[in-house]
Ligand binder design. Structure first.
Ligand code: SF4
Length: 382
């Protein structure tokens, strides 16, 4: 297990995208498409025999030297480090970049990159805002059809429905395994640490789905063999880190400070669906319908039929969490807008909560550590 987790950690820190370069060397005609969080229909990319790669900025691996000049100061770090990756040649292994309508910063990043890299295929996927409208399905299906046509041109090959259905099956299997690991972690949080599950799941952003599924199975066996003793910890749900990812050290700190993280929204795109996507019939329709009807609740996907603050309470109850920790990326508007509503609902329900703000590049966590320890202690002696 140690070796497996070390490998995953190495993969997610690697801003040279060695796994992508290796895949391209093994597939001379293959193309790699990086997608910005939170969600992208990876099945369509994979069905074009391309490698979909989840791009989550550069973490603490790059100094900002160019990107600051292209964006204002009040912009989250993932946007800046993603641009820095481009401006320093780190995105060279990619043939295309895909963005979607999650927030203004992500939208602007798409077009800044498009202008700076005219030779790259850079596309913006319009995910519907009004999921309750009957025409949203048609609209999203047509967006996916547009994406499929663009990828066909890039790959110089047709994408058959059968290939799309096959990819739906493979990604369903992968997501099912992840869901199982999440459920297991919630039952036995002393057996599966949050940072471990995080690196395992996030490593999938850089690997072909079959390879990642094999890795998850291996991890599952490793966790089953593990001798682990329960710790004195409180059950905590971590919310709002759906796009920019907190430093690994911060996730470890939460656990060491006495939290069992029983649910979180890290690398949410890999767990976007709460159940399998139908693998029969029109695959683009199945993907579009699933985005609207089978996806998790997130601050970047509005669903007027299901208020997000109520969904948060349901999640807290389902995971038997004793408290909520908001882990919000500095300047993340969708997270801060929702925080106001979440806070009100949690207080109405008498659920304790704590707000922590992070940036990709943080090396010391003393202040946050004191805050978390005080919060945990207060709950222990309540
Ligand atoms: S971290 Fe927040 S503000 Fe930044 S790109 Fe992601 S959703 Fe937008």
């Amino acid at each position: 297990m140690d070796e497996l987790l070390r490998r995953c950690e190495e993969i997610i820190r690697d801003v040279n995208f060695t796994t992508v370069r290796r895949w391209k060397a093994e597939h001379p005609d293959g193309k790699a498409i990086a997608y910005f969080p939170v969600y992208a229909p990876v099945e369509v990319i994979a069905a074009a025999e391309m490698l979909p790669v989840g791009l989550h900025g550069a973490g603490d691996q790059l100094e900002l030297q160019h990107a600051d000049a292209r964006f204002g100061s009040f912009i989250c770090s993932i946007v800046k480090t993603t641009l820095e990756l481009g401006l320093t040649g780190h995105l060279a292994p990619f043939d295309g970049l895909l963005f979607s309508s999650i927030c203004d910063s992500a939208r602007n990043l798409c077009f800044v990159l498009k202008r700076n890299f005219p030779q790259l295929y850079v596309d913006f996927l319009h995910l519907p805002h009004n999921v309750a409208s009957a025409s949203s399905r048609e609209f999203l299906r047509s967006e996916y059809a547009r994406l499929k046509a663009a990828l066909e041109r890039l790959a110089e090959r047709r994408i058959e429905d059968e290939q799309l259905r096959e990819m739906i099956v493979r990604y369903n299997e992968n997501r099912r395994l992840i869901r199982r690991l999440y459920e297991w972690r919630a039952e036995e949080p002393h057996r599966i640490r949050a940072w471990e599950l995080y690196v395992l799941v996030r490593a999938g952003n850089f690997l072909p789905v079959e390879e990642h599924t094999a890795l998850l199975r291996q991890a599952q066996e490793g966790f089953a063999r593990r001798q682990a003793k329960p710790r004195d910890s409180i059950r905590v749900l971590v919310e709002s880190a759906f796009c920019e990812q907190p430093p690994l050290g911060l996730i470890r700190l939460l656990e060491e400070a006495g939290c069992y993280i029983v649910e979180e929204d890290f690398t949410l795109g890999r767990r976007w669906f709460s159940e399998d996507i139908p693998a029969s019939g029109d695959p683009l329709w199945a993907l579009a319908e699933s985005y609207l009807e089978r996806s998790v609740v997130s601050s970047v996907r509005h669903d007027g039929r299901r208020p997000r603050s109520r969904a948060l309470i349901e999640k807290v109850r389902a995971r038997r969490a004793q408290a909520v920790i908001f882990l919000i990326a500095k300047f993340c508007e969708p997270a801060y807008f929702d925080y106001v509503l979440f806070k009100r609902e949690l207080e109405r329900e008498g659920i304790p909560h704590l707000l922590l703000e992070f940036e990709e590049k943080m090396y010391t966590f003393e202040r946050l550590q004191t805050e978390v320890e005080t919060f945990v202690e207060a709950l222990f002696f309540e």
